[in-house]
Design a protein around this ligand. Sequence first.
Ligand SMILES: [Zn+2]
Length: 157
Amino acid sequence: MFDVMYKTDGIGLSAPQVGVNVQLMVFNPAGVKGEGEEIVLVNPVVYKMSKRLLVYEESCLSFPGIYANVVRPDNVKIDAQDVTGAKIKFKLSGLSARVFQHEFDHLQGILFFDRMSLDVLESVREGLKVCKNVIIVQNNEIASKFYLIAVVNARTV
Ligand SMILES: [Zn+2]
């Protein structure tokens, strides 16, 4: 999962985003292999979050090209397990807290646009429509016009 994350210029990734239905996330706020700290959390639970809220521009590997402000608690206290199954307790703040909360939402089936204010959501609505079409095709549910155009373009380049 770290490989996928780095290749897509991500700083976090949850298992459901790569088609694996388990409560697992990986992140590294540095976003570069060999830098920062690679964190793997299994079965994470938030037991406390700060009242102080921050606005931060987020993007999501599942919705390429969308950047939008999302309000979230500044820091969170969490319980989780590491890859060996050992219980760990964390307080996360700053970018780590932000990435954690974004990935934690994925594990709950919540996407970042569910957290956007109405005016922010309106500003990214058209882009989200395009992304959703691509994702539906990736899931082999339906072939949309947009995807067919993209494939034609890819073959001609
Ligand atoms: Zn995401």
